[in-house]
Design a protein around this ligand. Structure first.
Ligand code: GZL
Length: 387
């Protein structure tokens, strides 16, 4: 456009200089007419040029918005705002889960994260979600303390047009969320049961009398691990002497195990803790009660999560097998958000990769529903790489 404007002005200048050179009145009038013509032409050309410039600027702004959307910024060019209602701070696993989200959804990465630690309080968690709705965040992430009671508040999120992504534990009484990223807790429970069957056979242990310290009652992780282990126990004719909740905490694990050591003294040969922190507490209680646990001792101790400290206890010959639950969901949640930003439809379920850990003498072949499983030897390198 600039060339056209320049060409118009140059040709007009040439006409004016020719006419001015004639010196006659007629020529002068003609020059004045030419000048007016030039001025009109120049104005028209300038207006057209300006219009084109405006168009170019708008196109550039659109390109910036698109680039921002790709780079993790909201449509107005600002950061993507996220509300995250986290279960609490009850375990090493939870600490890793929170850190994963705070690392990924940082301001440097183009996000504004509103984080609420709901301290294992279901009412506080619903209140946190409603506060995110009031804030008008772009996305809401929920790790549901328990699996039920969610449809009302998820309907409020849907009415507000805010997509919800569920991580880790599941919501079992509503599907008003765009995606869930987590683990198969039933598989984890079955893995522990099938491993115990194979290991007991290898060790020549004919009778299993198990005590279970379960997670927070009603949490999908507790439900899945309890159901999965019980399915194998029922099939194999084992006895589950008792199951009480340790609420996924070390204090809870110790308190329940202290009670078990009194009530079931000399009657149990397996303890199943539904996370490592409960196992830490149970070990303290068994130490205090003089109960020998770990490979080569009276009691087989099984745990879940496989956090760094849990694997250290496997390597130390205290926990016989540790069934991982991967807390590092945030990168997969970010993938879901980017898909939504790009107008794509994410998968409704995204499963995390998990491993089953033991020392060489406790590594045995087993299957889950016919699928052969691979166990991972706990080494110093494996521990150093864990979450
Ligand atoms: C499982 C997660 C559980 C962990 C515990 O996905 O929800 O909650 O197993 C944590 O450590 O407290």
């Amino acid at each position: 456009m600039k060339k056209k404007l320049l060409g118009t002005l140059l040709s007009a200048a040439m006409v004016m200089s020719l006419l001015a050179g004639c010196g006659s009145s007629a020529a002068t009038d003609a020059a004045a007419d030419a000048a007016a013509t030039v001025e009109d032409a120049a104005d028209d050309a300038a207006e057209e040029a300006q219009a084109e410039v405006v168009e170019d600027v708008e196109a550039a702004e659109e390109a910036v918005e698109e680039a921002a959307a790709d780079a993790g910024a909201s449509s107005d060019g600002g950061n993507i705002s996220i509300g995250f209602a986290q279960v609490g701070h009850e375990s090493d696993w939870r600490t890793a889960s929170t850190k994963s989200c705070q690392d990924v959804f940082s301001e440097a990465n183009g996000y504004d994260l509103s984080f609420v630690d709901c301290d294992n309080d279901e009412a506080a968690q619903k209140e946190a979600v409603r506060s995110f709705i009031e804030q008008g965040v772009d996305y809401i992430i929920i790790d549901p303390i328990i699996a039920t009671g969610w449809d009302t508040v998820l309907t409020e999120c849907e009415d507000a047009g805010i997509p919800v992504i569920v991580i880790d534990r599941t919501i079992d009484d509503s599907d008003k969320y765009v995606a869930w990223v987590g683990s198969n807790f039933l598989t984890e429970g079955k893995a522990a049961g099938e491993w115990l069957k194979a290991y007991a056979e290898k060790q020549g242990i004919g009778e299993i009398n198990a005590l279970v310290i379960s997670g927070s009652t009603g949490a999908s992780a507790q439900i899945g691990r309890s159901d999965g282990f019980k399915e194998i126990a029922d099939r194999e004719g084992w006895t589950i002497l008792d199951e009480q909740t340790g609420d996924f905490t070390e204090a809870g694990g110790q308190e329940v195990m202290e009670s078990y050591c009194k009530s079931y003294e000399g009657k149990f040969n397996v303890v199943v803790c539904q996370n490592d922190n409960e196992a830490f507490g149970a070990m303290t209680a068994m130490d205090n009660a003089g109960v020998a646990y770990g490979p080569g001792n009276d009691v087989i101790l099984i745990s879940f999560d496989a956090c760094t400290a849990g694997l250290e206890d496997v390597k130390a010959g205290k926990i016989s097998a540790d069934f991982e639950c991967n807390p590092l969901a945030a990168p997969f949640v970010e993938m879901v958000i980017q898909q939504l930003q790009n107008g794509e439809t994410p998968d409704k379920e995204v499963y995390m990769e998990e491993h089953w850990y033991a020392l060489p003498d406790q590594i045995v072949d087993f299957s889950i529903d016919g699928a052969a499983q691979t166990m991972t030897e706990v080494t110093d390198d494996v521990i150093a790489a864990q979450y």
